[in-house]
Write a protein that binds this ligand. Structure first.
Ligand SMILES: [Fe+2]
Ligand SMILES: [Fe+2]
Length: 188
């Protein structure tokens, strides 16, 4: 990646690129879309990490859907409603991640081939309601750890992707909390 040209003695104090340089670079690299020369992350690695996160989200959608329909069958309406809500959240995460991949010039991998292998979390059906909730909690905790690591990796190299994964991370923490409460209620 080309080094930032020095800022003329100005208000930016050598930290921000001057506006002319920014505009010139934006015109030169117009084909790069949202990726500018100031982008400091390794794009291939970022796309690969995001594709793994995408696979994880898809697996989570599938698992929550399965749990939703099975829980409905065992008359646990409130738990089922929670599964359904989580499935919708995971679908939204998948969409946001796919969107970011295309912004970076990559291709979102929606192939069913190898989906479970690319995913960090597992697809476990679970025999009872408690089993389902436990499996979902395990998957959420895996997602929490991997999003935290991703956020740390992106750091200041790719702020937009970092903010996206931080936003998703906060949601996964909410999910884990919901599941822990459900499990608690079930034990009573
Ligand atoms: Fe998610
Ligand atoms: Fe989640």
């Amino acid at each position: 990646m080309a080094a930032t040209s020095p800022t003329p003695a100005g208000k930016a104090g050598g930290f921000l690129s001057d506006i002319q340089t920014l505009r010139k670079r934006a015109r030169e690299h117009i084909n790069e879309g949202a990726v500018t020369p100031g982008y400091h992350a390794d794009r291939d690695t970022v796309v690969k990490l995001l594709n793994e996160a995408l696979a994880t989200e898809i697996i989570c959608v599938l698992r929550y859907k399965r749990h939703y329909f099975m829980a409905k069958g065992i008359h646990a309406e409130s738990v089922a409603a929670e599964f359904q809500e989580h499935a919708a959240d995971e679908q939204q995460h998948a969409d946001q991640i796919a969107e970011r991949i295309t912004q970076l010039g990559g291709e979102p991998d929606f192939s069913p081939e190898g989906l479970a292998t690319r995913s960090h979390a597992e697809y476990v059906e679970g025999d009872s309601l408690a089993d389902m909730i436990k499996e979902d909690l395990v998957a959420e905790r895996i997602a929490i750890d991997s999003y935290r690591e991703m956020a740390e990796y992106f750091g200041s190299k790719d702020i937009t992707t970092r903010r996206l994964v931080e936003e998703i991370l906060a949601k996964e923490e909410e999910h884990a909390d919901d599941l822990a409460s459900l499990l608690d209620n079930l034990g009573r």
